[in-house]
Design a protein around this ligand. Sequence first.
Ligand SMILES: [Zn+2]
Length: 93
Amino acid sequence: MDNKKVPAKKDFSGDDKLAKKPRRPMKRKVCEFCEKGIAEIDYKDVSKLRKYITEKGKIISARTSGCCAHHQRQLTVAIKRARMVALLPFKGE
Ligand SMILES: [Zn+2]
């Protein structure tokens, strides 16, 4: 029908509301630290903290990481402390 006018591959990210894609409900992420019952996040636990920073060394947002507000705040402090004692990079790798 309209396929001749509009190339199929083109991405209309702005027209999402009009397109009415079938959206599956987002699965709620569970905070890893709550699940394991970790009350305090240790800044020396580098292997755990590394999961929450990007390749460039940026802290991953709570929306992406799935952490609750309480643990995301602790995580941020822990990563910043780890940076100060050179366990984690400030930028890059
Ligand atoms: Zn939590």
